[in-house]
Design a protein around this ligand. Structure first.
Ligand SMILES: C[S@@+](CC[C@H](N)C(=O)[O-])C[C@H]1O[C@@H](n2cnc3c(N)ncnc32)[C@H](O)[C@@H]1O
Length: 223
């Protein structure tokens, strides 16, 4: 069997990076499903987006570390006195259950049926936070991957605008590129504040950034 030497080298580099990554080690020690947990915790520590009692939708939730963090911080298990929140996670892939969260497996977030199921799960309640860590399988061409991830962000933004309560929050991940401005502009129509965040846990050599939109204004009236 033949392997391309380029692929073999990339695999070796990935393994080396995983072994030496302090966040990978810490995630294992603290039982988070993956190192991404630290990105959300860092964003929340700085911008207070998760509060006890909050209703959260986690788009692109597998393997489940953001949902784990959300369960903890919105008190969806009711472990702490005070308001009890809820977390709904959704992903294309199958996920191991996350205690305290409801998971919608093997579902394409962008499909009408999935969004209808999410609305049914919300049962008339409005969400406090819609977050998207969705990422398409990269094809390796920057512009193509950028366009694909922005499409997922826009789908999550549109959904958020329909389910968030006033003053609610939207967080999405994207890979940098020329469509970012357009996405930010769309976000500014319905949110009072939009900022770019790059947590320390996000690798500095990665094109990944997060757009954090706060204070949902509601949908503009239809003309
Ligand atoms: C970086 S991972 C998310 C990691 C997750 N936030 C965590 O902390 O465990 C990106 C996920 O987005 C999911 N995804 C990509 N496109 C999607 C879509 N159209 N609908 C639902 N999930 C999608 C992928 O299946 C993948 O599991």
């Amino acid at each position: 069997m033949f392997f391309s030497s380029g692929k073999k080298m990339a695999d070796q580099q990935w393994i080396k990076r995983q072994i030496n990554d302090p966040y990978v080690k810490k995630a294992r020690e603290e039982s988070w499903r993956c190192r991404s947990a630290f990105k959300l915790m860092e964003i929340d520590d700085k911008h207070s987006i998760l509060k006890p009692g909050h209703i959260v939708i986690d788009c692109g939730a597998a393997p489940g570390s953001w949902s784990q963090v959300a369960v903890h911080r919105v008190n969806s298990l009711g472990k702490d006195p005070g308001p009890t929140g809820s977390v709904i996670g959704i992903d294309l892939q199958h996920m191991m259950p996350v205690e305290g969260a409801t998971m919608l497996h093997q579902s394409d977030f962008t499909s009408h049926e999935t969004q209808k199921s999410l609305l049914t799960m919300l049962d008339g309640s409005k969400a406090d936070l819609v977050m998207s860590d969705m990422a398409p399988n990269p094809v390796g061409v920057k512009t193509v991957d950028h366009t694909a991830i922005v499409k997922l962000c826009k789908s999550a933004l549109k959904f958020a605008a329909n389910v968030l309560q006033l003053n609610g929050t939207f967080l999405c991940k994207l890979w940098e590129g020329n469509e970012r401005n357009d996405l930010e502009k769309l976000m500014r129509i319905v949110f009072k504040q939009v900022r770019v965040v790059k947590p320390l846990a996000s690798r500095s050599d990665s094109a990944e950034i997060f757009l954090l939109a706060k204070h949902f204004k509601g949908l503009p009236p239809k003309r």
